[in-house]
Design a binder for this molecule. Structure first.
Ligand SMILES: C[S@@+](CC[C@H](N)C(=O)[O-])C[C@H]1O[C@@H](n2cnc3c(N)ncnc32)[C@H](O)[C@@H]1O
Length: 237
């Protein structure tokens, strides 16, 4: 994954650019609404642990991520967090929480159906019966034909970024291609491949693992209109 995404080669840059915690705040609101008594939480695909900072104000949290560099960075800059190295397709922590979360599109990095089933089995193995699952994931591709140009301010200057998207309906992979013109004058390219799981697919994977979807909404709490959704499911068995 480090090879495909500039952020994963530089977790400090990831933290800098993704500094907002909109999805953590949306997730916290959803948990408060659907499981006000919840006390413990596991964050699957927690990255640098940025969402766990907000969530750990209310819940006892454990985070799991696949990439050693992200886990090392989380432990370095957020030493109070419990962040562990693991693959959410196979990890077994030998503990169960009131809530499992998978935010910031982490689920979209698992591309094949078997892998997605494995991830939902992991959720079932770690969320207690009656507990809650909250997923923030793409449910519709970004379909933009034109190149989007944006810039971000880095400590060493401004980086210009040109972003294009592609959509492969057969595999349901939405590809984001970025060309970074860094303040040093160097140009770097990266490409991120995200699997879109449409709402009814998510419901099906959830049901097969013993979860009932109880809500699916926009990250702002509104009706589902954009490409990302927050899905809330309750473990029934
Ligand atoms: C876009 S980041 C989101 C991180 C974090 N949830 C956030 O919102 O900041 C996606 C993360 O998913 C992790 N990831 C991808 N596949 C994974 C897997 N199979 N098991 C655990 N983590 C995984 C990546 O290492 C990466 O840190």
């Amino acid at each position: 994954m480090e090879a495909t995404n500039l952020f994963y080669r530089d977790p400090a840059l990831y933290d800098l650019v993704q500094a907002d915690s909109t999805s953590a705040a949306a997730c916290k609101n959803l948990i408060e609404r659907h499981a006000p008594e919840a006390a413990s939480l596991i964050d699957f695909g927690c990255g640098t642990g940025r969402d766990m900072v907000l969530l750990s104000q209310r819940y006892s949290c454990v985070g799991v991520d696949l990439q050693p560099a992200m886990v090392e960075h989380a432990r370095l800059v957020r030493p109070a967090l419990d962040v562990r190295l693991g693959d959410m397709r196979t990890v077994r922590l030998q503990e169960r929480a009131d809530v499992g979360v998978c935010l910031g599109n982490s689920l979209a990095y698992v591309h094949d159906n078997d892998g997605v089933s494995q991830v939902f089995d992991t959720f079932a193995a770690h969320v207690r019966p009656g507990g809650l699952l909250v997923l923030c994931s793409p449910v519709w591709p970004v379909l933009r034909e034109e190149t989007m140009r944006t810039e971000i301010v880095l400590p060493e200057g401004v980086a210009q970024i040109a972003v294009t998207y592609a959509w492969d309906l057969r595999t349901q992979i939405n590809t984001m291609h970025r060309v970074w013109s860094l303040p040093s004058g160097i140009e770097v390219e990266d490409e991120i491949h995200r699997r879109v799981l449409f709402p009814l697919e998510l419901e099906r994977y959830a049901a097969l693992a013993g979860f009932d979807v109880v809500a699916m909404e926009d990250e702002t709490g509104g009706e589902l209109v954009g490409s990302s959704a927050c899905t809330v499911a309750r473990r029934t068995r």
